[in-house]
Design a protein around this ligand. Structure first.
Ligand SMILES: *[C@@H]1O[C@H](CO)[C@@H](O)[C@H](O)[C@H]1NC(C)=O
Ligand SMILES: *[C@@H]1O[C@H](CO)[C@@H](O)[C@H](O)[C@H]1NC(C)=O
Ligand SMILES: *[C@@H]1O[C@H](CO)[C@@H](O)[C@H](O)[C@H]1NC(C)=O
Ligand SMILES: *[C@@H]1O[C@H](CO)[C@@H](O)[C@H](O)[C@H]1NC(C)=O
Ligand SMILES: *[C@@H]1O[C@H](CO)[C@@H](O)[C@H](O)[C@H]1NC(C)=O
Ligand SMILES: *[C@@H]1O[C@H](CO)[C@@H](O)[C@H](O)[C@H]1NC(C)=O
Length: 624
């Protein structure tokens, strides 16, 4: 070791001595390297000293070819100064020689110019060489990244391709580094594999890099990106791609089935949606089975429309992984609540007067229920049984029983039944009704309570039966209406009977002569009991004034006729009398002809009018 050291030291000393000797003749000084961007202009300077002066000095430029040879590109002496023909530089170089300095200028620098340039200075006795490396740079395009387009299973036996990165048009060759969550990745057997490939096009580099990984479940959240490092004059720089993520497919470790809707208790008629999900995402098959019906479906969502209690039971979901064929399952119990139709007992209740009547109402349900009774829209009781104490005709009617489930809104059902109270007929209208009327006919009605439903007959005082205009069965009995002509004072009987008894009522009708005889009544039904006279005074006045004018004219004509035709006095006198009388008679006849139509009562509400007349206070006809 020590011997070798001494040898090299001796050799160095010899070189130094040689140079020392030549110092006096020619000296060349050049930079190690010159750095320039592709396409720009490079200047390589060669400093020299020569004792021989510029006149006796020959200067030559060479470049080092790929094979290591030196190729002359420029020649300079006192006679000839130009670029060597047929070299890559023949048209691209110029040389500027001044005292002590030669500058080689290369324009439009190419990738191929990335070589060594030699400056040779020849004196008369000696020659000397200097070398400069020209370094060419091209900044690459920003790198690109492309991630795996399909999901990657964690069950993959080999490393899986995560993505490919590419950087183009760089010089010298750029490098690509992969990062996962900001940590650089290096090839590690069976875990990470980074493979780069390099191609050159017109001298520039395209570097492409593939990343392969053993994918794990955690990688579903990992972000991957590439970094390209490249050189520019004097420094190394880098550019990054945007991050990508990958879809990692991993098997479920648990599966879950649940009722998605409705939330809370389910009732018959609902739509039930069952969901089944695993906590993995690798391809798998789902099936949902109803334990009782054994029906299976290849879905992870099951919708049951309009469910019935038969849909109750356990639903089991099974997930089968398509890669491993491992099965996972879960089950859930579904209960469909129900409320059966109401059953009323008895279905039609007939009770005795003065006794208690009990009716019951039942609806079978899976949940606690509440029962409410209604009559005529009014709440009359609670609980599944209702007792009507000391039944009267007022107890009779339609009862509605409503059964509801308080726990589920809208879950209710109802039904109704008629309650009859046995008893002889009872006519509501009072006996000996006095009716005074201007009408030509009156409507009479008879409301009867009683059960069995009474039969109603109408008759006149002379025993004639009157046919009813309408007959209706009511909640508590029956109702009949007749229309009776009013000729003179008369009596009408309403008789009601059933197997338990009879009842009767008499209507005494008095035909009234109208009092107001001087007024022609054109409207008759607008104001009950008000004399129509007050309504049309203007009409009658007008008629009178018109008549006076006519009379005057007629008198004048008559006088004229008298004067001219005096000879036929008797005949003319007679004629004048007729004219006079006909005017007057028209008016009186009009008056008297309308007297018959004067009416003081509401013609379309006779029933009310009758009640008013008899009882003095108003009672709505329906409230009986
Ligand atoms: C040659 O170099 C000198 C000194 O650097 C400069 O003044 C001159 O303009 C240059 N000539 C050309 C042709 O470049
Ligand atoms: C690229 O990598 C090689 C080898 O590790 C290294 O020598 C070179 O300097 C790198 N280039 C850049 C631009 O970083
Ligand atoms: C990662 O993937 C998810 C869905 O696959 C997507 O929503 C998200 O934007 C992605 N993130 C990035 C940074 O690509
Ligand atoms: C729901 O089912 C019941 C009993 O099966 C049926 O009567 C009813 O019409 C169904 N309703 C609808 C909306 O399908
Ligand atoms: C439902 O699951 C429970 C526990 O998860 C299990 O014990 C039971 O046997 C299952 N029932 C059915 C019918 O699969
Ligand atoms: C009808 O009733 C009246 C009195 O209310 C009674 O006088 C008459 O006898 C009854 N007629 C019949 C047929 O029952």
């Amino acid at each position: 070791m020590a011997a070798r050291h001494t040898a090299s030291l001796l050799a160095g000393l010899l070189v130094l001595l040689h140079t020392w000797g030549a110092w006096a003749a020619v000296e060349v000084n050049m930079k190690d390297k010159v750095e320039v961007y592709l396409g720009e202009t490079a200047q390589i300077t060669c400093m020299y000293t020569s004792e021989d002066g510029i006149g006796g000095t020959i200067i030559k430029w060479f470049y080092v070819t790929r094979s290591g040879g030196e190729q002359e590109i420029y020649h300079y002496d006192s006679i000839k100064r130009d670029a060597t023909k047929n070299t890559p530089y023949s048209n691209r170089i110029s040389v500027n020689v001044t005292v002590g300095e030669v500058v080689l200028t290369i324009s439009d620098v190419q990738v191929e110019d990335n070589v060594e340039f030699i400056c040779l200075v020849k004196g008369l006795t000696e020659d000397m060489k200097g070398k400069t490396k020209l370094r060419v740079f091209a900044k690459p395009k920003p790198p690109t990244i492309r991630g795996a387009q399909t999901g990657i299973s964690v069950n993959e036996a080999d490393l899986s391709l995560i993505g490919t990165c590419e950087v183009k048009n760089g010089y010298p060759k750029p490098n690509i580094t992969w990062y996962k969550n900001n940590n650089p990745l290096r090839s590690t057997p069976n875990v990470v594999d980074v493979k780069s490939s390099v191609t050159q096009s017109s001298g520039l580099y395209l570097v492409s890099s593939e990343l392969k990984l053993k994918v794990e479940k955690e990688d579903k959240n990992a972000l991957f990106y590439c970094e390209a490092t490249y050189f520019v004059p004097g420094i190394a720089k880098m550019m990054e791609t945007p991050p990508i993520n990958i879809t990692v497919l991993y098997p479920s470790t648990a599966v879950n089935i649940w009722v998605e809707s409705p939330k809370g208790k389910i009732k018959e008629g609902d739509s039930v949606e069952l969901h089944c999900r695993g906590n993995g995402n690798s391809p798998s098959m789902f099936s949902i089975r109803h334990t009782k019906s054994e029906a299976g479906w290849d879905v992870d969502t099951l919708v049951l429309e309009n469910v019935t209690r038969l849909h109750s039971g356990t639903y089991q979901c099974t997930q089968t992984d398509m890669d491993t064929f491992e099965e996972l399952s879960d089950n859930t119990t579904v209960f469909i609540n129900y409320l059966d139709p109401v059953v009323l007992t008895p279905s039609e209740a007939v009770g005795d007067h003065g006794k208690d009547i009990t009716i019951t109402c039942n609806a079978l349900s899976s949940l606690p229920t509440e029962t409410t009774w209604f009559k005529n829209g009014q709440k009359v009781g609670k609980g599944h049984s209702l007792t009507l104490k000391d039944a009267t005709f007022d107890s009779a009617g339609t009862y509605v029983c409503m059964v509801s489930v308080p726990e589920i809104k809208g879950m209710e059902t109802s039904s109704s039944l008629r309650v009859h109270v046995k008893g002889p007929p009872e006519i509501k209208e009072e006996a000996l009704n006095e009716i005074e009327t201007f009408e030509k006919t009156v409507d009479l009605s008879c409301h009867v309570r009683g059960y069995p439903t009474p039969r109603i007959t109408w008759s006149t005082s002379d025993g004639k039966l009157i046919k009813a205009a309408s007959e209706t069965e009511t909640e508590v009995g029956a109702k009949s209406v007749v229309s009776v002509p009013v000729d003179s004072d008369s009596s009408v009987f309403c008789n009601a009977s059933n197997e338990l008894g009879t009842d009767g009522v008499t209507f005494n009708i008095k035909a009234k002569i109208p009092i107001h005889t001087t007024t022609p009544a054109t409207t008759t039904t607008t104001i009950p009991k008000a004399p129509v006279k007050t309504e049309t005074p203007t009409t009658s006045k007008k008629t009178k004034t018109e008549s006076k004018g006519v009379i005057i004219a007629v008198i004048i004509i008559c006088i004229l006729l008298l004067a001219i035709l005096g000879s036929v006095l008797y005949f003319l006198y007679k004629k004048g009398k007729i004219c006079n009388r006909s005017g007057k008679q028209d008016i009186t006849r009009e008056k008297s002809s309308r007297d018959n139509i004067v009416v003081e009562m509401k013609s379309d509400n006779t029933e009310e009018a009758i009640l008013l007349g008899v009882n003095g206070d108003k009672q709505p006809p329906g409230d009986q």
